[in-house]
Ligand binder design. Structure first.
Ligand SMILES: NC(=O)c1ccc[n+]([C@@H]2O[C@H](COP(=O)([O-])OP(=O)(O)OC[C@H]3O[C@@H](n4cnc5c(N)ncnc54)[C@H](OP(=O)(O)O)[C@@H]3O)[C@@H](O)[C@H]2O)c1
Length: 324
């Protein structure tokens, strides 16, 4: 294991092609803008990127590898994932990681996450093999419940490898993993908690900012109507600290001991994320933000959004039982 102290992480889900950007995200960032964002990350000392094979409809990893080479890839920390969309098959993780490494133009990844809790034992066993070969430097799990994290830790403990982290959905308006004890468990066990979509896909940014139509924004608008009071509190906190509304959502996570992964593809977004890490919110501000968030009842992404994609164990056994 190589010690990685992440304070905040650049998410790459919104990188990608023109059609994906315009239709789904509402706008498209030119390659030159993304490269400038990466240069800004270097300037800010925030060279840590969260990636996965399907991000940007399959384009994000390749873009990252190409661009990183231009700006000095050795200093970049790479977080990547294996997404088990089918049941475990021998070498499935190895084959996927080999493709990732070719995309990244690197011989190892710094953190590798099992993206869904399907066939946990088998997938982790292969990830452990790759760790021992030096292709993976830290192991994490993503979209796992407390029970599944506990099981993963047992498996890794047996191999003498620490569980580096848990990467789940968490934000000011989606705090279930805190309420059900997972965050405390992580803290007690020295496991890092990375939160994805801390800006709720743009919903926890300044409501006064003008933006173009996108499918995501269309679905968000109904929820946004419930959030007047939360926005009022966020704007007041932003004014007090002289920061943006998005930075309030980012700083909120940092102040809760959570590592925010934030979808950044523009230099100013990277700069804001890096600066948000140092913002100290008072306990009174945190309480007011949480009360307003809870009263709003707004939800876009469930805390366990991808549970539908988790496959049940031993399907062949279930099929045999049905036949007899
Ligand atoms: N493990 C998992 O299962 C999982 C699942 C989903 C996501 N993730 C990770 O989490 C990352 C974050 O999620 P996400 O990108 O989907 O959503 P997000 O970070 O919640 O939101 C991204 C949106 O916020 C906007 N934004 C970013 N910084 C801003 C700023 N400073 N001011 C105003 N607006 C700002 C972006 O605007 P623009 O549109 O202008 O760029 C984009 O619309 C992903 O990139 C990915 O790495 C992991």
């Amino acid at each position: 294991m190589v010690n990685i102290e992440a304070k905040a992480v650049i998410g790459t889900n919104s990188w990608g092609g023109k059609v994906y950007g315009k239709v789904i995200r509402g706008s498209y960032a030119e390659n030159s803008v993304i490269k400038d964002a990466m240069r800004e990350a270097e300037k800010q000392g925030l060279m840590i990127y969260d990636l996965a094979r399907d991000y940007g409809l399959g384009k994000a990893q390749k873009m990252f590898g190409r661009f990183a080479e231009e700006i000095g890839k050795d200093q970049v920390i790479i977080s990547a994932k294996y997404t088990p969309l089918t049941h475990y098959k021998r070498n499935c993780v190895r084959k996927s990681l080999e493709k990732d490494l070719a995309d990244f133009r690197r011989s190892y990844v710094d953190i590798y996450w099992l993206h869904l809790p399907t066939d946990i034992e088998q997938h982790l066993a292969e990830i452990i093999e790759l760790y021992k070969e030096g292709k993976i430097r830290n192991i994490g799990v993503s979209n796992f419940t407390l029970e599944e994290c506990w099981l993963s830790k047992q498996i890794l403990d047996k191999a003498g490898i620490p569980l580096y982290g848990v990467q789940n959905h968490y934000s000011l308006i989606s705090r279930e993993w805190e309420k059900n004890g997972l965050l405390d468990w992580c803290r007690e066990n020295g496991v890092s908690f990375w939160a994805w979509a801390v800006l709720e896909e743009g919903m926890l940014t300044d409501p006064r900012a003008k933006s173009k139509f996108s499918l995501m924004k269309f679905f968000m608008n109904r929820q946004k109507r419930k959030m007047h009071e939360l926005y009022r509190v966020m704007i007041a906190v932003a004014k007090r600290h002289d920061i943006s509304v998005a930075q309030v959502a980012e700083a909120y996570c940092v102040n809760k001991g959570v590592v925010p992964i934030c979808g950044c593809r523009k230099p100013n977004q990277v700069k804001e994320l890096a600066e948000a890490v140092g913002v100290k919110l008072t306990s009174g501000e945190i309480r007011k933000l949480e009360e307003a968030a809870d009263h709003s009842g707004a939800k876009v992404l469930g805390h366990d959004l991808f549970r539908f994609a988790v496959l049940k164990a031993t399907p062949h056994k279930a099929r045999l039982t049905a036949l007899h």
